[in-house]
Ligand binder design. Structure first.
Ligand SMILES: *Cc1c(COP(=O)(O)O)cnc(C)c1O
Length: 354
């Protein structure tokens, strides 16, 4: 991809909101920093990104995002260590995946240096917003949507790329109770399940609410064709431990290629843990739950890193998972967060200093 030398213009906010923020009581994603990156696509190309005060944006009612849902995003985090150094975790993977999503949704790809350089410039400007209490981080939300106008059902001719930051507290990772879904699908062969497209989330909300109404926290998605194989845990990748083998569904059109998932597979390999990337049948899970070989299940994604599952429900029967000593979930979470917060050697080359 073409590299341009970039002079990112910065328009500073007149006042900072940072004094109004209680950094000891941060929830997830509802407080935003003083500035954001804005980059416009017009006349067939991306303009140079700028940093401007965080502000609401105005769109025409005919903007295509509202009608045809051309909208994609990424989720990543910045971490501060004890020396006030700022770290990112595998940021190029997010940049590349944003462009994979862009291609599928007929959105023009963002030049990689526009993404990386504007992100780093915004992080340097907002460094005081990166919380340092244990487990907290700065959540980063890069996104692109169709800002161009017109009711005609075709790709827009204008887009906006924005990066916004939300300081976030330690993600509550109590164990979750999940329901294996047999009616609704998150994604289908040939569809957009592998893209981080806003519409994938919209389609999940209703079935998830039905599961919540039944007393579950989250849905386990199964394949759209047979509903016999588990694929993802809500908006996280799914892992299962049977005896000492770690299983996860293979990525496909239907499954998002998670960076946490990829990291877990690498760590498992380096720890000598047997791994199988293959289809996992619901019937196999139930058999393993009954004979005691099912040791752990967990979701994996940037927000919670690892989300352990306590119980799965299937056809009105709940199956409880045991408390497993030396759990893989705890091992992977420690390994990943130690690298993220610069507490351990980064043998994989995943960390990037800003
Ligand atoms: C974002 C996401 C994940 C997790 O990806 P990470 O890169 O690990 O954050 C998994 N599944 C879905 C559907 C997602 O949207």
């Amino acid at each position: 991809m073409e590299t341009k030398t970039m002079n990112i213009k910065v328009e500073k906010a007149k006042t900072s909101k940072i004094g109004q923020v209680d950094f000891n009581n941060l929830a997830f994603g509802n407080v935003f920093t003083d500035h954001m990156v804005v980059c416009n696509y017009k006349n067939g190309s991306w303009e140079v990104p700028e940093i401007v005060p965080y502000h609401p944006i105005t769109l025409d009612p005919s903007a295509k995002i509202f009608h045809y849902g051309q909208s994609i995003f990424e989720g990543m985090k910045a971490y501060k260590d004890g020396n006030d150094d700022i770290w990112l975790f595998r940021p190029m993977d997010n940049c590349k995946r944003l462009n994979i999503s862009a291609k599928r949704m007929a959105i023009p790809e963002i030049p990689e240096d526009y993404f990386m350089e504007s992100l780093k410039a915004l992080l340097k400007l907002e460094k005081d917003w990166i919380p340092q209490t244990p487990g907290s981080s700065l959540y980063i939300r890069p996104f692109i949507f169709a800002s161009g106008n017109g009711f005609h059902a075709s790709p827009a001719d204008e887009y906006m790329f924005i990066i916004a930051f939300a300081p976030s507290g330690a993600y509550f990772s109590g164990k979750v109770k999940v329901l294996i879904e047999e009616k609704y699908s998150r994604s289908a062969n040939g569809g957009v399940g592998f893209a981080k497209a806003g519409g994938n989330y919209a389609g999940q909300f209703y079935p998830t609410q039905l599961a919540v109404d039944k007393g579950y926290n989250q849905v386990i998605w199964t394949d759209d064709n047979t509903h016999e194989y588990i694929e993802e845990a809500g908006a996280m990748n799914i892992f299962v431990r049977i005896n000492d083998t770690l299983l996860t569904a293979p990525t496909s059109d239907r499954i998002l290629d998670g960076i946490t998932r990829r990291s877990i597979l690498k760590i498992a390999e380096s720890e000598g843990i047997p791994v199988e990337e293959r289809k996992i049948a619901v019937s196999e899970l139930i058999k393993a739950a009954k004979d005691g070989s099912l040791k752990e299940m967990f979701g994996a994604g940037t927000a919670a890193v690892i989300s352990p599952i306590s119980t799965f429900g299937f056809r009105d029967v709940d199956y409880d998972l045991p408390e497993t000593p030396n759990s893989y979930a705890a091992l992977f979470k420690k390994c990943i967060t130690d690298i993220q917060y610069n507490r351990a050697e980064d043998n994989f080359g995943w960390r990037l200093k800003v």
